[in-house]
Design a protein around this ligand. Structure first.
Ligand code: 1GP
Length: 251
């Protein structure tokens, strides 16, 4: 299996760059709106498009991802809430395991159901440890996955989950506060995870402005994800400001 998308991520990070991924939940956008957003994302320097959600009820996933692919040259990476969110039109899939939780369905069950679709459609799987971090309220992913998040004041617990995930062969770690989170992942926790692992760390959930994104980068985040801010009236402007901050970030 080729690792085209993953190799590109690694190459960019090795060159000292930090990356920006823009998340779209197909439930929230028409094909036209989604296409417009990804064109803007590409123009402002985003590095990839993520597509997914904790509870997706759209029936236009295939056409949505196909439309995004037609509208930009960025890789479109699935970020599935469960095994039903696989489409042949994507370039890659974050093959997630919810390792902060102890619910076997999200550690291995959904993965077994999704794997044959990934293989049949020749979608590049990127093994990703998904660590849910407490963020002030019960998030959709916490409720839907029926798992407890890692307490936000326990960076050591997050760090050891990251280390175990790396030893289990994961290629990326995703520190997730949850979409629309009240509080994003604390800098101290990002630093603790980074001090234990060599694999790239993605940080998402509740990042709505450039300053917050810069704090996560300074703490050690390699890749920043934003989604929810696109629902704000000035969402595109916020996305542009964040992209600019990430592009120009120097450690
Ligand atoms: C959610 O980490 C992503 O899964 C992005 O979060 O929607 O809060 O930006 P936001």
């Amino acid at each position: 299996m080729d690792q085209i998308v993953y190799d590109e991520i690694q190459k960019s990070l090795d060159s000292g760059r930090k990356l920006y991924w823009v998340l779209l939940d197909p439930d929230d956008f028409s094909l036209e709106e989604g296409s417009r957003v990804v064109r803007e994302a590409e123009l402002c320097g985003a590095d990839a498009i993520l597509v997914g959600g904790s509870l997706m009820h759209t029936d236009h996933l295939d056409s949505f991802v196909a439309a995004l692919k037609d509208s930009c040259k960025l890789p479109v990476i699935l970020f599935p809430g469960d095994a039903t969110q696989i489409t042949r039109y994507a370039d890659a899939v974050l093959f997630l395991s919810l390792m902060s939780g102890r619910n076997a369905d999200f550690l291995i069950g959904e993965q077994v159901k999704g794997a044959p679709h990934v293989k049949r459609h020749n979608i590049e799987p990127i093994p990703t440890a998904y660590l849910l971090i407490e963020s002030g309220t019960v998030t959709s992913v916490e409720f839907m996955s029926n798992t407890r998040p890692i307490p936000r004041d326990k960076p050591g617990i997050a760090a050891l989950h990251g280390l175990a995930a790396q030893y289990m062969g994961q290629k990326l770690i995703y520190l997730e506060a949850g979409s629309g989170a009240q509080h994003s992942v604390p800098a101290r926790m990002i630093g603790a995870v980074k001090s234990q692992v060599e694999i790239p760390v993605i940080v998402g959930g509740g990042i709505r402005d450039a300053q917050t994104a810069a704090e996560k980068l300074a703490a050690g985040a390699d890749i920043i994800v934003t989604g929810n801010l696109l629902r704000l009236e000035d969402g595109i402007d916020r996305m542009k400001a964040i992209a600019q901050t990430i592009r120009s970030f120097k450690q």
